[in-house]
Design a protein around this ligand. Structure first.
Ligand code: SF4
Length: 188
């Protein structure tokens, strides 16, 4: 077998590294026993798509007992080949964060306190505010008398936590209301 100089140096380097580790007291048995306790051991691999932007990188979630214990990029996905940007790479901490707000919270005008509300209460409240604002301020014609049918008193801010499909539905709903001012958090 013909071995190139580069290959020879690689093998020699690896051998020297292994010997050096042994000399430093690194035990391969310890590494093996640690591997048995890895948090993803026995976890189910679930493939999903990062929801944070339209690149839609695929990731693998390791799920144990119904809980996500780890996430990583999926190397088998041809678009992203296992890579994730800073947002996608923090998926696990986002999913399991104790700071995550899981219920609708409401702070009344001038109040310093947040109150937990039901989804139906919150949706009703939002719908009423949107309807009242639109009824009061909708612009049918501009100063030149041209029909514009627009709502300039409301602004919509999208979220990078939304999927592409959710973002599409939200934009269509805002356009139907007549909104002209909207943006997306992932852009700023
Ligand atoms: S936010 Fe990052 S990891 Fe997620 S889809 Fe976009 S580029 Fe990929």
């Amino acid at each position: 077998m013909k071995v190139t100089r580069r290959e020879l140096l690689k093998v020699a380097g690896a051998g020297a590294g292994a010997l050096a580790l042994g000399g430093l007291g690194v035990s391969y048995l310890v590494t093996e026993s640690y591997a048995k306790d890895l948090k993803i051991k026995g976890a189910k691999e679930v493939r999903s798509i990062c929801p944070f932007c339209a690149v839609s990188c695929r990731f693998i979630a390791h799920v144990k007992g119904g809980k996500v214990v780890s996430t990583e990029g999926d190397p088998g996905y041809p678009i992203s080949e296992g890579a994730l940007c800073a947002k996608g790479a923090t998926m696990n901490s986002m999913v399991n964060s104790t700071h995550r707000v899981l219920k609708p919270m409401y702070r009344a005008p001038f109040s310093e306190n947040w109150e937990e509300k039901s989804w139906s209460w919150m949706i009703e409240k939002l719908a009423r505010k949107i309807k009242d604002t639109r009824d009061k301020t909708f612009t049918v014609k501009n100063a030149e008398g041209q029909v514009v049918n627009r709502l300039e008193t409301m602004f919509h801010m999208g979220s990078s936590q939304m999927s592409n499909e959710e973002a599409s539905i939200v934009v269509q709903a805002q356009r139907a209301l007549g909104l002209v001012y909207m943006d997306h958090q992932a852009r700023i």
